[in-house]
Write a protein that binds this ligand. Structure first.
Ligand code: CA
Length: 231
C-alpha cells in the first residue's frame, strides 16, 4: 500500500507533486480542500498526507490538529509532511508542534519532496516494526537488543517502561508527541494517565542527568507534550 493523499489547491504545484510521487512509485490522490481531505481520510487509506497550509476552505494546520486529536490510532499516527510557502519560523514550529513529521518550504524540488516523504515513512516503519536495534542521538544511545540506554557511554538504568517511552520519542527526534500519542505508542494503549507519563519522563530525566551523565534528552513543549532533541 503506497497511496499518498495530497492536499494542495494550486493546480500547478499539485501536478508537480503528483508526477514526482508517481515516478517514485507512490499512488497520489490530489484533493483541493480541507473538507474533501477529511472525506477521504479513512483509517489506513493512505500511508502519508502531504499538506498545504493555505487552502480555500480553511487552514491545513486545522487538519493536522484534527488528525493528531483523532481517536483512531491509524489516523492519529498518519505521517504528515507540510508543504507551504509560509517560511515563518512560527509556522514551522507550530506545524511540528501540532505533530507534523516534516515541513517543506515552497518552492521545493520534486526530488526533495520525495526524499522527505520516503524518510518520514522509513522512520515510521522502523518505529512500528522495531527493526532498528539501536538509536543514537547526540550523547544518547539506546539498544533494543538489551533494552539498555547510555548517556556519554555511561549506562542509564531505565525500567522497561522508561525505555519504551524514550525509544518512541527518540525514534522521531524533534517531533512533538502528545501524552495521548505516547500512551498509544509506548504503553501499548494501556490505560495510563497524563500524570503517569509525566512521572516516567521525570524518571528518565533524573537518570540521564546524574553527575556522570549530564544530558537531558527530553524537551517539554508547553501545552503540547514532549520531544527528544536532535542531538
Ligand atoms: Ca495553497
Amino acid at each position: 500500500m503506497n497511496r499518498v493523499l495530497v492536499l494542495e489547491d494550486e493546480l500547478a504545484v499539485a501536478d508537480v507533486i503528483e508526477l514526482a510521487l508517481r515516478k517514485a512509485g507512490f499512488e497520489p490522490l490530489i484533493v483541493g480542500g480541507v473538507q474533501a481531505a477529511r472525506e477521504h481520510l479513512h483509517p489506513r487509506a493512505f500511508v502519508a498526507l502531504i499538506l498545504d497550509l493555505g487552502l480555500p476552505d480553511g487552514d491545513g494546520m486545522s487538519l493536522c490538529r484534527w488528525l493528531r486529536g483523532h481517536a483512531d490510532p491509524a489516523l492519529n499516527a498518519l505521517p504528515v509532511v507540510i508543504v507551504s510557502c509560509r517560511d515563518e519560523e512560527s509556522d514551522r514550529v507550530l506545524g511540528l508542534e501540532l505533530g507534523a513529521d516534516d515541513y517543506l518550504v515552497k518552492p521545493f524540488s520534486p526530488r526533495e519532496l520525495v526524499a522527505r516523504v520516503a524518510s518520514v515513512l522509513r522512520r515510521v516503519d522502523n518505529r512500528f516494526r522495531q527493526e532498528v536495534p539501536e538509536i543514537t542521538i547526540g550523547p544518547l544511545r539506546l539498544s533494543r537488543v538489551s533494552f539498555t540506554g547510555w548517556v556519554h557511554g555511561s549506562v542509564v538504568p531505565l525500567t522497561k517502561t522508561e525505555f519504551e517511552l524514550l525509544w518512541v520519542l527518540a525514534g522521531s527526534p524533534q517531533r512533538v508527541f502528545t501524552r495521548q500519542l505516547l500512551v498509544e505508542r509506548a504503553y501499548g494503549g494501556a490505560t495510563v494517565s497524563d500524570r503517569t507519563v509525566d512521572s516516567h519522563v521525570k524518571g528518565i530525566r533524573h537518570k540521564c542527568t546524574s553527575p556522570t551523565k549530564g544530558w537531558d534528552p527530553i524537551e517539554t513543549v508547553y501545552g503540547v507534550g514532549y520531544r527528544v532533541r536532535s542531538g
